[in-house]
Design a binder for this molecule. Structure first.
Ligand code: AN7
Length: 361
């Protein structure tokens, strides 16, 4: 169970090389990779103590992927398969992270990339990425769900390759995160926590855990615990939301594409889905940075907020092993970070005494 072993020469070469036998690729598939995956699984006892938990919590820090989110796992697959088919243009709707990943992998594959984003509702770092990687960047005067509808319609023309998670190979790539967790932990966790937006990731993790169990690479499957933002919680509320809203713009989605599959994962795993408020998200976002030095984006913190609520509701048995996906890096969203930190830099004269005064020496 060593995640380095599947790679020749001991060098990590990305999730397709590592987990080929579980993925729909052949020798004819051109592998477009940025060496994604193999992200750290970090145990965070300080956070657990701070929230009064009595369990092990391990964070899968997906912000350390090449474009700083979990989306790279699915995108290496989607762009490789698109290249194999001879597609020239990849397209996606995105709340930001999918577009960053699509733009990067398309650039490496020498393909044109078009991204549709909700105007003004995308974190600054993600917008910078789409522009820097050279994607044709279109800001829709509408939300993610409307952008995805347009992308679906364009996909039907056969002229573009859709790389949203409605493309099933995206889910295939993303399931490798569950494999890595089992490899890194030496077993499957009891619970897996993650934020839910378009619901591709909960679908992918559940598929991955089930396949690894079937392959006898793990001893069980975890219960899947998903969390939506209160203003964008269609699955929890049981109906699509026309005007979703939340500070966690990554999961500002009112009509998830993988809704049915998410319900299936929840049911099959004896899982749980709930919503958390923006205040709860921001409190968890700040706490994990201050207790364990882990900077994630607000959407990622939604599942930590959910965990805090589960501890209060005594939903987690003592001694459980929990993993949680930190889906995106905190640097993606500098605006929310600076607003949430709670203080600004001390501006002082360039003198030792002035600095000592601030330190309290
Ligand atoms: C940081 O980039 O949907 O439930 O267009 O960026 O699989 O959608 C992003 C989703 C969680 C939710 N955390 O995952 C997009 C997009 C972060 C995210 C989610 C997203 P899904």
């Amino acid at each position: 169970m060593n995640s380095i072993l599947p790679n020749s020469g001991n060098r990590w070469r990305g999730v397709i090389h590592a987990y080929k036998e579980y993925l729909p690729v052949t020798d004819a598939t051109p592998i477009i990779s940025l060496n994604e995956g193999n992200t750290p699984l970090i145990r965070v006892d300080n956070f657990v103590n701070a929230i009064g938990g009595e369990f092990e919590l391990w964070l899968k820090y997906e912000g350390l992927n090449p474009t700083c989110s979990f989306k790279d796992r699915g995108m290496t697959m989607a762009v490789s398969k698109a290249k194999e088919r001879g597609a020239q243009i990849v397209i996606c709707a995105s709340t930001g992270n999918t577009s960053a990943a699509a733009a990067a992998y398309a650039s490496r594959a020498k393909m044109k990339c078009v991204v549709l984003l909700p105007n003004g509702k995308i974190a600054l770092g993600k917008l910078a990425q789409a522009l820097m990687y050279g994607a044709t960047t279109i800001a829709i005067e509408g939300n993610f769900d409307e952008a995805l509808r347009i992308v679906r319609e364009l996909g039907e023309t056969g002229k573009v390759e859709v790389v949203n998670s409605i493309n099933p190979v995206r889910i295939e790539g993303q399931k490798t995160a569950a494999f890595e967790i089992c490899d890194q932990l030496g077993k499957a966790p009891d619970f897996h926590f993650l934020p839910v937006g378009n619901a591709g990731n909960i679908t992918a993790y559940w598929k991955g855990y089930k396949e690894y169990f079937a392959a006898k690479k793990s001893d069980k499957v975890p219960r899947m615990f998903g969390f939506q933002a209160a203003g964008s919680a269609p699955i929890v509320d049981g109906a699509p939301i026309a005007n979703p809203n939340t500070v966690a713009t990554a999961i500002r989605i009112g009509n998830p594409a993988s809704w049915e599959q998410a319900n299936c994962a929840l049911k099959e795993s004896n899982g749980f889905i709930d919503k958390v408020t923006d205040d709860e998200i921001l409190a968890a976002y700040k706490l994990i940075a201050r207790t364990d030095g882990i900077f994630v984006e607000p959407a990622s913190a939604a599942c930590l907020a959910g965990l805090i609520n589960c501890v209060k509701a005594k939903r987690i048995p003592v001694g459980s092993v929990i993993t949680a996906t930190m889906t995106g890096h905190g640097l993606k969203d500098p605006d929310n970070a600076i607003k949430t930190a709670g203080f600004e830099p001390f501006v002082v004269e360039p003198k030792k005494e002035a600095v000592m005064k601030v330190i309290g020496l």
